[in-house]
Design a binder for this molecule. Structure first.
Ligand SMILES: C[S@@+](CC[C@H](N)C(=O)[O-])C[C@H]1O[C@@H](n2cnc3c(N)ncnc32)[C@H](O)[C@@H]1O
Length: 286
């Protein structure tokens, strides 16, 4: 798939997910974004760029930290995400937050205009993320910090899903996916520079960063119920699978997942799935 077709597909997918994104009885992106901001640690008065800001999982925690004298700019390729984040900034009367539609892989912004760049579960979607990281080094002022998150990819799982799903989603179902969405191809595309921390540190050094830190931590994904999780999964990477399953297999998988996930609940309470997340931070080398 060429880059333009790929980016159009990503934009359409996130535009259609935006209305319900992270608002479907499953909590995941919000705690992950907050934790990333904690690790990057923006200070009062600083300027923060959040790349692939979505509805603002990093944007709003960053705005809290930089306070009234700081500035936070969120950019995203999906207009509907930008509109939702802008509306939230308006609802909170945050005049320090600006949100714009922009390709985060090629940000059209002045050099040295930020103290921190964040990107939670976003830079992983760029066709050439290492090249984008080098552009972020140029955008950062002296001592500027970069922080991003990615899934911890493990062999045998459908990419983007935590290991608990390996047994719940039979591998033969994955054969329904078109070639470009086969797990091996997704793994090659998303995983090539991320899976080995030593590769990541080297990539960051080549992009103009030092003091790279790669830490894997679990985020507690909390879903109201098995049904809530399955409905949510239709708005995430797993929609690729749902879209390509024949009706009967799709119905069977839905029932099986709901039963297995509901069995993890305590009474009528929510279910918690521990999801490994990779937090990467670094400082511009200058
Ligand atoms: C999984 S969401 C994460 C959103 C947000 N950072 C969060 O943690 O909730 C990925 C986001 O990256 C955005 N994205 C993907 N490719 C992009 C690109 N080339 N430039 C800017 N944003 C992009 C998507 O539109 C989407 O909003």
């Amino acid at each position: 798939m060429d880059t333009t077709t790929y980016k159009t597909a990503v934009t359409e997918a996130f535009n259609s997910a935006a209305a319900s994104y992270d608002r479907m009885g499953v909590e995941f992106f919000t705690p992950m974004g907050r934790r990333l901001v904690e690790r990057v640690n923006p200070q009062p008065g600083e300027r923060v760029l959040d790349v692939g800001c979505g509805r603002g999982a990093c944007l709003f925690p960053a705005a809290e930290r930089v306070g009234a004298t700081g500035r936070v700019l969120g950019i995203d390729i999906a207009e509907a995400m930008v509109a939702a984040a802008r509306e939230e900034a308006g609802r909170q009367s945050l005049s320090t937050v600006d949100v714009r539609v922009m390709d985060g892989e090629h940000p059209d912004l002045p050099a040295r205009s930020f103290n921190a760049v964040t990107g939670s579960y976003s830079v992983i979607f760029f066709p050439n993320a290492p090249a984008a990281l080098a552009r972020y080094a140029d955008l950062l002022d002296d001592e500027g910090r970069l922080g991003f998150t990615s899934p911890v990819f493990t062999p045998d799982t459908f990419p983007f899903l935590p290991p608990v799903f390996t047994e719940l989603i039979p591998r033969e179902l994955l054969r329904n996916l078109p070639p470009q969405w086969q797990p091996a191809e997704l793994t090659r595309r998303f995983n090539s520079w991320l899976s080995d921390p030593a590769d990541l540190v080297r990539t960051l050094a080549d992009a103009g960063f030092r003091a790279a830190d790669v830490v894997d931590e679990e985020v507690a994904m909390v879903a109201e119920s098995g049904t809530a999780w399955v409905d949510w999964s239709h708005t995430q990477g797993m929609r690729l699978l749902w879209q390509h399953l024949p009706e009967r297999e799709s119905g069977d998988l839905r029932d099986r997942l709901i039963a297995a996930l509901d069995a993890m609940r305590v009474g009528d309470g929510p279910l918690t799935i521990q999801v490994p997340v990779r937090y990467v931070t670094a400082t511009v080398a200058r």
